[in-house]
Design a protein around this ligand. Structure first.
Ligand code: TXA
Ligand code: MG
Length: 347
């Protein structure tokens, strides 16, 4: 397939025409790039799964660009959902509702609920408004890889597999939206993301909880609320090991450099995903900083690109420093733990 690249992200006539005809368009959003198709066109949505190589039981998020579009897509809007919409839409928050019968089952992976997001990014909003279509859009990566936060990574995964890629700026947030189930008495976080537990608690008090299936490797038979949380995700080709440490930076570096040397003696190419405060202390084949420990938003913005860049240099093993699991750190650690298959060491 010939993929058309749109280099002016505000000249969208061609992309809109492609969407109306049932084609696939990759677009920037404020979280990660998304791969969009008409959510009400079953064949178009099936083509998303094919282009990404995505398991068919992992449902998609439907994107809207005005609140008027919502009642058509869902059966009911609970008071909790209303409150969350008022505070956090447009933005990096996805809400789960009982699905209206017009939503094709291929969008919901056969569930009777549908996930909806009102993004804040002008490009995807313009695509929705001009096509007058709700757009199903997962992250625009090959299934299993870290989500793309810049045009180059979308191109690497999807050129030749989709109709069009819009060349926008790098994504501001860098991790995906928070997915929240609003169909029960309490709001349940199914995937931590840009809207944090602390932000939600400020608004909902004790009416917000975290899906108990998050934060550890799933035990046999355990079902997370968001089906996507059960797959290996966000993995570069290299093995990832998370490094937790209570030592100061200098002692951490001594211990980790010894481990790195041991792995290099075994013939491995070793990488370290470090921070602005620590990266100069490590001796490995590739050492990067993903941002400052003092500003985890910088880490979120560079996390996925950080994971992906080790593959460019054929690194076999990545030691990734752990972050505190509060605020955006909860989403960062969720992605890191999944990319490491929960493999964590303490030194
Ligand atoms: O920020 C984002 O959310 C990005 C941008 C493109 O909007 N999209 C995104 O989509 O991350 P995706 O497909 O990579 O992840 C969607 C997540 C999956 O974990 C999926 O299982 C969950 O949302 N999900 C979708 N529909 C659901 C439903 N009805 N019930 C529970 N979880 C659902
Ligand atoms: Mg994804």
């Amino acid at each position: 397939m010939n993929t058309c690249i749109i280099s002016d992200p505000y000249k969208l006539e061609e992309a809109v025409a492609i969407l109306k005809k049932g084609g696939l368009v990759a677009s920037p959003t404020e979280t990660v790039y998304g791969l969009c198709a008409n959510a009400l066109n079953e064949q178009a949505v099936k083509n998303i799964y094919v282009a990404k190589g995505r398991p068919s039981d992992n449902p998609l998020i439907v994107h809207i660009s005005s609140l008027d579009m919502l009642p058509h897509l869902v059966q009911e809007i609970s008071p909790i959902a209303e409150t969350l919409m008022q505070h956090f839409w447009p933005g990096p928050m996805t809400l789960i509702f009982k699905a209206s019968p017009i939503i094709p089952k291929v969008v919901t992976g056969g569930l009777d609920t549908v996930a909806v997001r009102f993004p804040s990014h002008p490009v995807i909003c313009q695509l929705i408004t001009e096509s007058q279509l709700p757009l199903a859009a997962p992250s625009a990566n090959t299934s299993g890889k870290p989500s793309p936060t810049n045009f180059e990574r979308v191109y690497e995964d999807l050129n030749g597999k989709v109709d069009c890629i819009i060349h926008g700026d790098d994504c501001e947030l860098g991790v995906e939206s928070t997915v929240i189930d609003t169909t029960e008495d309490k709001a349940t976080i199914c995937r931590p993301g840009g809207i944090t537990f602390e932000m939600l608690s400020n608004v909902l008090g004790d009416k917000v909880m975290i899906d108990p299936a998050l934060g550890h490797a799933l035990t046999k038979g355990e079902q997370p609320k968001a089906p996507g949380m059960k797959y290996t995700h966000y993995s570069p080709n290299a093995d990832v090991i998370i490094v937790k440490s209570l030592q100061d930076h200098v002692h951490l570096a001594t211990s980790l450099n010894a481990l790195i040397e041991e792995q290099q003696r075994l013939g491995k190419r070793v990488g370290v995903m470090a921070t602005d405060e620590t990266y100069k202390l490590f001796k490995a084949n590739k050492v990067i900083s993903v941002g400052s420990e003092k500003n985890l938003l910088t880490v979120a913005a560079h996390l996925f690109e950080g994971l992906r860049c080790f593959d460019d240099e054929n690194i076999d093993l990545v030691y990734a420093l752990a972050f505190k699991k509060h605020d955006i750190g909860m989403a960062i650690m969720n992605r890191l733990e999944k990319s490491a298959g929960y493999h964590t060491i303490e030194i």
